[in-house]
Design a protein around this ligand. Structure first.
Ligand SMILES: [Zn+2]
Length: 240
């Protein structure tokens, strides 16, 4: 496989649980989708069920022009929930998202998801997960966990908000498939009363850096895939 880049967006309220606003969806996400569509690139938009209910037009656009996936029901910590409760919430989230698309991709909030719970994902028809993260100590590459393909996240979202000259060095070194994580609220200027990682580099400059990142990888011949597309190519390669 050539170099593959997967742009994922965790679609949730602004910097949870520190802010209660929805500016990421009101102001940020439409512009992000415009940018990707300008480049004819598809993003993977992992919505919480509640945000999909609140912003159905965005969930629909994600489902039609990109990939719509799942980021829990209401940004809960699954490692603090029983198996039954986790299942109930994932069923509800899936039911909501299914009104717009047939979701197959998942990432748990806060990168917390017990391996045993992957069975719930498989049972509900999810095929690919991106909860494991290198910056959270995950050392393996793409692998399978309890019937779900794990495509680990490459880096934390703060990296893509660093000055371009600095972050560029990272992009060169990242191994394929490179899975980036963004959030709608990063593309809106967040108030400095929040934790520094909630406002650092947010706003217009984050959008400019996303444009630079796309151009950088296109110039280097990378291919942009959604998580679902990656899963499909991976299955095909496995069969060959
Ligand atoms: Zn999240």
């Amino acid at each position: 496989m050539d170099k593959i880049v997967i742009l994922t967006f965790d679609v949730e309220e602004d910097c949870p649980p520190f802010a209660e606003t929805r500016r990421g969806m009101e102001e940020g996400l439409p512009r992000v989708m415009d940018l990707l569509e300008e480049f004819k690139i598809k993003g993977t938009f992992l919505f919480t069920g509640r945000i999909a209910e609140e912003f159905p037009e965005l969930a629909e656009r994600a489902g039609k022009k990109h990939e719509l996936g799942c980021h829990g029901l209401e940004h809960e910590r699954f490692d603090r929930l029983s198996f039954e409760e986790a299942k109930r919430r994932l069923e509800e989230a899936r039911e909501i998202l299914s009104r717009f698309s047939d979701p197959v991709s998942f990432r748990a909030p806060n990168f917390q998801f017990p391996d045993m719970y992957y069975r719930i994902l498989a049972e509900l028809g999810f095929k690919v997960d991106s909860t494991k993260a290198r910056h959270k100590g995950w050392g393996e590459g793409v692998t399978e966990i309890n019937g779900v393909l794990e495509v680990p996240a490459t880096t934390t979202s703060i990296v893509t908000r660093l000055p371009w000259k600095i972050q560029k060095r990272f992009h060169r070194k990242f191994e394929s498939p490179i899975v980036y994580i963004f959030h709608p609220w990063e593309f809106v200027r967040m108030p400095r009363t929040l934790r520094p990682d909630c406002w650092f580099g947010t706003g217009e400059s984050a959008l400019e850096k996303l444009r630079k990142l796309i151009e950088f990888h296109l110039d280097n011949g990378a291919r942009f895939l959604t998580l679902r597309e990656f899963y499909e190519e991976y299955q095909k390669l496995k069969r060959e």
